[in-house]
Write a protein that binds this ligand. Structure first.
Ligand code: ADP
Ligand code: MG
Length: 343
């Protein structure tokens, strides 16, 4: 069963420049690229429709300047959209009063940005507890909560350090702890790991997945790095020039890129990292002798060694545990050498 939609973003526009609202209105809320250009306007976000479901990691991916940050800021109305509707838990954020909006942001949304933005004269504990202090939560309670999230992000023992005494990765952990301190329903992360070295970035991605396994937040995660996107995402929206060109699972994106732009990103991705058993199994085969079971949703990478080492194929089980097909070495080899064709 599909999870409920937490954030529903309908035909959202953000146009920068003089008279942006008027031009948007006069062109029936749908100005063309030419119109925008003629008026010297920038269509940072154009006609974006997205539904973000409870508990998913929804990644927005695109090159620098494609409109990702503007879109995510529109979603929390840190940037005022030029047009559209944004329903958060059923409520239209664009018609919500400023006071109510501040409440929603403070209590229901968490945000992490590329710049760690820690307060230099506050300790790790104080930085983490800061959003709770702003909410007027008593010191003992907010410190207890801060200690919990500090431990969660792996910084136990460093509560009294100052930001300058921490590495970049550790500083971003504080940023993550601080955003989690308020227990947000919706968690926005705008390129949180982009400023970190590649090795640290991998480590942070693993940490992030570990956290999500514990917390099951609804997450909008922004990156310009396709590898990061496919590692983390349940679904990916690919942006180009302010528009969303495709929304799909990592696997669907690689198998069926909607445009050349998307295909370009997927070209260098190792297929075994994204393709699942279900995409390459052979259906049926109840009577075939098998060596064991694999899950239909497992990535090929995770089962490749086992399948390759076995003469016999494996039985494929769906999420309910029913046998739905078989998969053997040949399928793995086909994936690894890129012989799997588009569906
Ligand atoms: N405050 C602003 N005023 C004018 N143009 C802006 C502003 N913020 C962003 N833009 C433009 O909007 C486009 C999208 O920017 P941005 O959302 O930052 O992209 P991304 O996050 O994908 O790199 C870019 O062309 C950028 O120059
Ligand atoms: Mg950005």
């Amino acid at each position: 069963m599909q999870k409920p939609i937490i954030l529903d973003c309908k035909n959202v526009w953000k146009i920068y420049g003089a008279q942006a609202s008027r031009i948007h209105r006069e062109h029936d809320g749908n100005p063309s690229s030419e119109t925008l250009k003629d008026h010297g306007l920038i269509g940072a976000v154009r006609a974006v429709n997205l539904q973000i479901r409870q508990g998913e990691i929804f990644v927005i991916m695109g090159l620098s300047g494609s409109g990702k940050s503007t879109l995510v800021r529109c979603l929390s109305r840190l940037v005022e959209p030029t047009g559209g509707e944004i329903l958060f838990e059923g409520k239209d954020l664009l018609t919500t009063s400023d006071a109510e909006l501040i409440e929603i942001r403070r209590k229901k949304m968490g945000m992490v940005f590329q710049q760690f933005a820690l307060l230099p004269h506050l300790t790790v504990l104080e930085n983490t507890a800061f959003p709770l202090e702003v909410q007027g939560i008593p010191q003992a309670d907010r410190e207890a909560r801060a200690r919990e999230v500090i431990e969660l992000v792996g910084l136990k023992g460093r509560e009294s350090y100052y930001p300058r005494q921490l590495s970049g990765g550790q500083q971003q952990r504080v940023g993550i702890a601080r955003s989690l301190a308020v227990e947000p329903d919706l968690w926005f992360l705008d390129e949180p790991f982009s400023a970190l070295d590649p090795l640290i970035r991998r480590e942070m991605q693993d940490e992030f997945l570990r956290l999500q396994n514990l917390l099951h937040k609804t997450i909008v995660f922004i990156t310009h790095d396709f590898d990061e996107a496919i590692r983390l995402a349940d679904r990916i929206a690919v942006m180009k020039d302010g528009k969303v060109v495709q929304v799909a699972t990592p696997e669907e994106l690689v198998l069926n890129p909607a445009t050349e732009y998307v295909e370009e990103f997927t070209r260098h991705v190792s297929r075994s990292k994204v393709l699942t058993v279900g995409a390459v199994m052979t259906r049926g085969g109840d009577d075939i002798k098998t060596a064991g079971d694999v899950g239909i949703g497992q990535r090929i990478e995770a089962v490749a060694d086992m399948l390759e080492a076995s003469e016999l194929p494996f039985k494929v089980l769906d999420d309910e545990g029913n046998a739905v097909g078989t998969i053997g070495r040949q399928a793995v080899i086909d994936v690894l050498v890129g012989r799997v064709l588009k569906k």
